[in-house]
Design a protein around this ligand. Structure first.
Ligand code: ADP
Ligand code: MG
Length: 693
């Protein structure tokens, strides 16, 4: 038997059990071994009957003093058994499991785990009438027969697995033990020897055994560390290798590396961090290899200008450039900014979004295809779908943190014709995490904001401040400023609940802000409706946008100076930072008011951090530590790899070590990682298992 043998290779696993295993995502013997426990129950402390602790779960062993009895009480089948050891006797009852009668045999020894309770004779408990009387009883315990085989469900630290009807804990333990025995030490060691010794990692066969049936807590920790390390090491080496594989010679030759005219047309000078990112891009162009770069910029750091400069450079070398945004609102905003400036330089831009009429779309595609349009701006979907370009040299993806490596891989065009690619994300993430999410890309970091920005004053208050907040808003509106108010989409039973909540909230707000223009904005609106609201807000016709988090990413209206966030404690730090980044985009002093009535310690820490710092990278470190990477991104499809055992929130230290080891092992050639790449790229297809792409 090998890890890739089908699950039916195990004794007592036929087609019907295989179907149950399939429900757990298990198809092979190796897959079963990787069906790791979700928890453990320490049943290693086996007590004598006299030493049982009433009211608590206990594990005890003893022999059946008599054959079990079966009777009915209150309409239920009851199996009763008396167990004895040299210190006393204990009554055990099971409800609704009459078949147990056949499994339990007089004088045989068993080990039981369950809650021990006092036997209430006074009220005529079942113990009274029948057989031997015991002061205590155990109800519905798990048990296992002591017939010489290795104990799996008692007398040790016991694994608890994700299970399914028909494949409960006891069976899973049994099959996993059988798989471990069948494979014995034939588990391939897939970490290099040098890495094992340098990082003090246990050998694979031992780790695999001890993750399921650890003889001690220490052996569990050592096993888990080894397996987490392995998983992260393999993913990381695969990403690093992929990066190398994507680095091939580019057909797009950028000989003239300058964007003077564009920079002169911008109403500002580039900041150092903008200049740095552009320099990184130029270095990629100069290398002659295909660029695959992530530009990780803090909110408001000015990524659009970097994108424009890169696009301008590529265009003035005779190629086309494309800028893709995740939403139509953002695409239109970019189109407005970019076409204004590019137009003044005689560069034609074209917009490709879903709400264009068929004729408009056709025209836009024709312009992109013929090469009349040099700059193409649109949503991801349309730009990818159009696919017909004259001579595309650069694709920039804005605000992307939702794609996995597989999508990036397919976008980069696999073939020889790959254009240069830059991905811009406004979610600052810690470096260790960036490497595992984007290890196939080169990374530029943009910290800080353009000069001359007033700081954003951040306040954390409770609901009693609302009247003052409304007065403050009115004052700002009267001074010509605008505001955002965020109310979280409240989960409700009907699907439209979130949006109804926004409308409701906006209605109530109208009463508080008479004479000012309020507009709700929510996820269920059609793109055209959203656009009309956004336009009204950008033109200053709307004083306040009342929204769920649909505005969180990318929107740039410098005249908006107040951000009010209701139930602020419900958002993650990264998201709060994103939201706050919608204000403070102009020269005016800006305010972020976080309303929360939670009063919990976690809420205090979170809101306190928001008040203390405006550095997105610092906040993201904290967010990752406190909430874990899933929530951290605030979106369902975050493109995070789905690990079998690693948990990035908890295993950041191991991640850092695995990354260091991956870099070294690839550098020395000790590890080639080809296999790991295949797993990484193919894992996402089909079953929806493996890497979440
Ligand atoms: P983000 O990085 O969040 O995408 P944007 O590109 O939208 O940021 O830029 C934020 C704002 O800063 C815009 O209004 C833009 O015009 C302005 N801006 C960008 N670069 C500079 C600069 N070097 N100096 C002054 N303002 C700038
Ligand atoms: Mg942006």
């Amino acid at each position: 038997m090998t890890p890739s043998s089908p699950i039916t290779a195990l004794p007592s696993v036929g087609p019907s059990r295989a179907a149950l295993f399939a429900r757990l995502g298990v198809f092979t013997v190796g897959g079963l071994i990787e069906h790791y426990p979700r928890d453990y129950d320490d049943r290693s402390n086996v007590r004598k009957i006299a030493g049982l602790i009433p009211g608590a779960r206990n594990t005890m062993r003893g022999a059946a003093a008599a054959a079990p009895e079966l009777f009915r009480a209150n309409g239920r089948a009851v199996v009763r058994l008396v167990i004895a050891d040299d210190t006393g006797a204990l009554e055990i009852v099971w409800f609704n499991q009459p078949y147990l009668c056949k499994q339990l045999v007089k004088n045989k020894e068993y080990i039981f785990t369950g809650k021990v309770i006092e036997n209430n004779f006074a009220r005529g408990g079942q113990g009274q009438a029948r057989g031997r009387q015991c002061s205590y009883k155990m109800e519905n315990p798990e048990f296992e027969c002591l017939d010489g085989h290795e104990l799996l469900s008692g007398g040790r630290i016991v694994p608890i697995y994700p299970s399914t009807a028909g494949l409960g804990q006891k069976l899973l333990r049994k099959f996993i033990k059988a798989a471990l025995d069948a494979l014995r030490d034939e588990y391939p060691e897939n970490l290099p020897r040098g890495v094992l010794s340098e990082y003090g990692l246990r050998p694979k066969p031992e780790a695999v055994k001890n993750i399921h049936f650890p003889p001690s807590p220490e052996s569990f920790y050592a096993a888990r560390r080894r397996l987490v390390f392995e998983e992260l090491f393999l993913t990381q080496t695969a990403l690093f290798k992929l990066k190398g594989r994507l680095k091939k010679e580019s057909r797009v030759v950028i000989g003239r590396l300058e964007a003077e005219k564009l920079l002169a047309a911008l109403p500002y000078e580039l900041t150092d961090s903008q200049g740095g990112a552009l320099a990184d891009i130029y270095a990629d162009f100069r290398s002659g290899l295909v660029m695959n770069r992530l530009i990780q910029g803090d909110v408001g750091s000015g990524k659009t200008a970097v994108a424009m400069a890169a696009a301008y450079t590529v265009i003035s070398n005779g190629y086309q450039a494309a800028l893709m945004a995740p939403t139509e609102v953002l695409a239109r905003q970019h189109f407005q900014t970019v076409s204004g400036i590019f137009g003044s330089l005689g560069i034609e831009c074209v917009l490709l979004v879903g709400s264009l009429s068929a004729a408009e779309k056709k025209r836009a595609r024709a312009a992109a295809g013929s090469g009349a349009a040099r700059m193409i701006i649109g949503t991801h979907a349309l730009i990818q779908e159009a696919a017909e370009y004259d001579n595309l040299g650069l694709v920039i993806t804005d605000e992307q943190h939702r794609f996995g490596v597989d999508q990036r891989f397919s976008l980069s065009g696999k073939g020889e014709q790959a254009p240069h690619a830059a991905v811009m994300t406004a979610t600052p993430i810690p470096r260790t995490l960036a490497l595992i999410l984007y290890g196939d890309l080169d990374i530029s970091v943009m910290r800080g904001k353009p000069p001359g920005r007033a700081v954003i004053e951040t306040y954390a208050v409770d609901g009693s401040y609302r009247p003052r907040i409304y007065a403050f808003l009115r004052k700002n509106f009267d001074e010509g400023r605008q505001a955002y108010i965020i109310c979280p989409a409240i989960e409700s039973e009907d699907a439209g609940g979130g949006n109804a909540a926004v409308k409701d909230y906006a209605e109530r707000l109208r009463a508080e802000l008479p004479g000012y223009v309020l507009a709700p904005l929510h996820g269920k609106m059609r793109p055209a409706e959203k656009q009309a609201v956004m336009d009204g807000f950008a033109n200053g016709e709307i004083h306040v946008l009342v929204s769920t988090t649909v505005i969180e990413v990318g929107i740039d209206v410098p005249n908006a100076t107040v951000m009010v966030i209701e139930n602020a404690d419900r958002f993650g730090l990264a998201q709060l930072h994103q939201l706050r980044g919608r204000v403070g985009r102009g020269k005016e002093r800006s305010y972020c008011i976080l309303i929360s009535d939670a009063g919990t310690e976690a809420a205090k820490i979170k809101l306190g951090a928001m008040r203390r710092t405006s550095d997105g990278f610092e906040l993201s470190e904290l967010d990752l530590k406190t909430r874990g990477p899933g929530d951290f991104f605030g979106v369902a499809q975050h493109g995070l790899p789905e690990f079998k055992i690693a948990d990035l929130a908890r295993d950041l230290d191991i991640l850092a070590q695995a990354q260091e080891a991956a870099g070294k092992a690839l550098g020395t050639g000790e590890f080639d990682g080809e296999e790991a790449i295949d797993r990484l790229i193919s894992g996402g297809r089909g079953k929806g298992k493996g890497m979440a792409l």
